[in-house]
Every structure is written in C-alpha cells, then in structure tokens.
Ligand binder design. Structure first.
Ligand SMILES: Nc1ncnc2c1ncn2[C@@H]1O[C@H](COP(=O)(O)OP(=O)(O)OP(=O)(O)O)[C@@H](O)[C@H]1O
Ligand SMILES: [Mg+2]
Length: 427
C-alpha cells in the first residue's frame, strides 16, 4: 500500500506554509518499506526555497516529474520527515486520540496526525488544497489539565472531552510526557513528571539548563511551574518558532543530528561527537563553523561533568540559517544528570581516542576534531568545570530542594577526578 500526500513548508518569516512537493510512503501493513519525494516546479523557483532534507533532498532544477528522490540506503523515511513525526510519547497521544492500541497504525497515520505544532517547519496534508489543521496552543493556565491528560495516557486510560486539548499539542519527539503551551505571546515545550521518575526530573533538568547557561552555553529561556497538586513542570522556549511583528509565528526548519548525518536510529550508539563536528564543517554556516564547533565541545564537557549520558543523535539539532543557506547548531535541550555509583562512566556518543569514556582527558585529546588549539580547548574545559563545580548552589537557587540535590549528587563529577589538573598542566 502507498500513502501519497503533500509536504508543506513554512519559509523563513512566513506564518503560512507553501507546498514543497509530493511524498509517497510505501507501507506493508505496519511496516514502512520506503518512500519517494519530488519537488514541485513552483517551489523550486522560489528564491528562498529550503531543501526539505539536507542529505537526500538537495534543491535541483528538476521537479518531481523529472527527478524522484529516495532516502539514503537503509532508511525507509527521509530524515527530516522522520524528525517531523513523533517517535515515542507523541505516538501514545495519537493512539489515545484514535482510540487504538500502541504501535498499531502505520507511519503515515502518525505523520498526518502529529498536527501543525510539530517540530520544525514541515507540515503534511492530504492534498494541495487541504487547509492547515487549525489549532491555537493552550495557555499556561491549562497546564494542570494537560498534565492530567498526560497521566491518563501513561495509564492507558481514555481521554475525556474536556482534556482533549492534549491531542493537538503532543507532537514533539522524545519519550517523556510533554505538551506545548503559549505564554506571554511565545511558545514553550512543557516537560512533565513521569511515573517512576527517580527524582524530580522537571526541576532538576530545568536547573541543569540554567547551570549550562552559567557555563556559557546557548540555552533557550526556561522556567519551572509548580502546579496546585505540588508537582513541577519544566518550560523551555521553542527554538523552532519565532514571533512575527503581528504576533503570529513563523517556523524554523530544524533537523536532528541523526538526520544531518544521514543515519539510522540504530547507528546512534556507534556514532561520535567528531562526526557532528565534521558535519558542522561540511554543512555549517560559513563564518560560524568555529563558533558552533566550540559550543559543541563545551556541551560535551558539560555532559561529562553532569553524567548526562542520554546524549544520543536526536538530542542534538540544527536550524536552517536563511542568510547563510546552511545549518547552525540549535540551542541546548534535554540535559538530565544520571546519578550512578561507578567511577568509570560513558556517554552515549564517542568522545575521543578513548571512545565513549566520559573524562575530560578523553575530550581534551579530541580537540583537533573540533578544530581547537590547545589553549582554546583548555579555556573551554576550565570554564565549564568552574561553573559545574558550583552545581549545588545553582540547583538550590533554581528551586531544587537539598533532599533532591542529595539524590542527584553522584551524577556530578569533581573535574580534578576526571583529568582537569593534568590538562591545565600542559599549558
Ligand atoms: N526548546 C525546544 N525547541 C524546539 N524543539 C525542542 C526543544 N526542546 C526539545 N525539542 C524537540 O523535542 C524533542 C523532545 O524533547 P526532549 O529531547 O527534551 O524530550 P525527552 O522526552 O526528554 O527526550 P528523550 O526521549 O531523548 O529523553 C527533541 O528531540 C527536539 O526535537
Ligand atoms: Mg530527547
């Protein structure tokens, strides 16, 4: 069976989307077998046209009638299209909306039902004349209801009509229960507590994002909301949306590092930060490559220092930069410390010559892959270490209780235990 539809895209600074081309998904039962995409001739003539997928859908002068593309070998979907479809939590919400069991519908059903608030600038419609699925984001005041609806999805319970606003705002990826809200004329991702959380993850994640900001990293605005039932919800401003002068929103085309590297999900654990640094050199914005590689290097130092070992290739993203007609590293998101007893730790992605070993020494030895000379690498590692050393003060001032700090304490490394002193001695 195949599903045919139209890929729409929001071009820079536009609140309305335009058709970019025609997609066909080949499906056998629930299995995605392959897909094809062809650009529309009118889209290719637009001076501000953006490649729908950075790796496998280059803009050419040939429209779909002459040039039909397929994803890279091994992938059934184009990476950018995969990024615009929820992978875990959002699927559970779509299933609740359709009243079907988990993983019981084909990919095209998830793709169509993720709605207009999905990640990045793409949208999918049945035909060129189909209207956009309308829907305003719920306000911050609805957070308690959204959390109640999310609790019900986690428990496999039906969603009553009064809580159905969750259905249109659960379209981002990732496993944690989440929703989208508008606040002060801007759009935020709200990350909820989940059952079986080992500590107050929303409060700790938000505090760690603020710790990252204190380390000099590029972090969206964040906030923590304590609901009437005492539970905390983290807010992070969406970096894939921008407010236009009339108060409406434009969307930024975004892809995961998984997509920019043209990889399959299962290849993530065998991938490395040097590959991301390389793709920044290859596909980054001229004049900003070194800035983005240095930012990535600092993020690895931060992940090592707080034992954030869920740093897979979907937890790094890139944003299309219209003037440079290329990709820039997105602001930071999804940083959660993982408490553990062992001294030897690993990140998800490979760091340097000692593979995934989570030490500053390993990162220091990898500086060449990030285009960094010794003094610059030392300065970054020292800067991030200095902020991370003060983690407890930062967490407490961000509202994390001393008891919660005790629960996560073992995640935070003493920089001197993982190589800082030896690194600074090489100066
Ligand atoms: N501030 C943001 N602006 C825009 N998109 C975001 C933002 N933060 C996260 N996202 C998108 O939403 C997805 C899910 O967010 P996040 O990674 O924080 O959730 P998660 O459920 O904790 O993920 P995981 O399953 O990796 O633990 C991300 O992969 C990214 O595509
Ligand atoms: Mg994530």
């Amino acid at each position: 069976m195949s599903w045919d539809g139209i890929v729409f895209i929001h071009l820079p600074d536009q609140s309305e989307a335009v058709p970019a081309g025609r997609i066909s998904l080949l499906e056998e039962g629930l299995q995605s077998i392959g897909s094809t995409f062809g650009y529309g001739a009118r889209y290719l003539k637009r001076p501000n046209a953006i490649p729908v997928d950075p790796v496998s859908l280059p803009l050419s002068s040939l429209s779909g009638e002459e040039q039909l593309y397929e994803p890279p070998a091994g992938l059934a979907l184009f990476g950018a299209i995969r990024d615009a479809t929820p992978d875990l939590w959002g699927r559970r919400v779509i299933e609740a909306k359709l009243k079907v069991p988990p993983n019981s519908v084909p990919e095209s059903t998830y793709l169509l039902n993720a709605g207009t608030h999905r990640f990045g600038a793409l949208d999918f419609r049945e035909s060129i004349r189909s209207a956009s699925a309308a829907g305003l984001l719920p306000p911050l005041n609805d957070l308690q209801y959204l959390l109640e609806a999310a609790d019900r999805v986690q428990q496999g319970l039906p969603i009553p009509t009064r809580l159905e606003m969750l259905f249109q705002v659960a379209s981002l990826g990732g496993a944690r229960p989440k929703a989208l809200v508008s606040h002060d004329g801007r759009q935020f991702l709200a990350k909820f507590p989940a059952k079986n959380d080992p500590f107050d993850i929303p409060a700790v994640e938000r505090a760690c994002l603020e710790l990252a900001r204190a380390s000099g990293l590029n972090v969206p605005q964040t906030d923590l909301v304590r609901l009437a039932d005492g539970r905390n919800v983290m807010l992070i401003e969406r970096f894939d949306r921008a407010v236009l002068p009339d108060g409406s929103f434009s969307r930024k085309h975004c892809v995961s590092a998984l997509t920019l590297l043209g990889k399959h999900e299962q290849e993530s654990p065998a991938s490395s930060y040097s590959e991301i640094a390389q793709v920044i050199s290859d596909r980054g914005v001229s004049g900003h490559v070194q800035e983005d590689r240095a930012e990535l290097y600092a993020r690895v130092a931060f992940n090592i220092l707080i034992s954030n070992d869920d740093d897979h290739l979907r937890n790094h993203a890139f944003i299309w930069h219209p003037p440079g007609k290329a990709w820039r590293l997105s602001p930071l998101y999804d940083v959660v410390p993982r408490p553990q007893v062992f001294h030897e730790r690993r990140l998800h992605l490979s760091v340097g010559p000692q593979g995934r070993n989570a030490t500053l020494t390993n990162l220091f030895e990898a500086r060449g892959s990030f285009g960094l000379l010794k003094p610059d690498a030392i300065a970054i590692i020292e800067r991030v270490s200095a902020a991370a050393r003060e983690w407890r003060t930062h967490l407490e001032s961000a509202g994390v209780s001393p008891a919660q700090c005790d629960l996560v304490q073992s995640a935070f490394r003493r920089p001197q235990d993982i190589g800082l002193d030896e690194i600074t001695k090489t100066r």
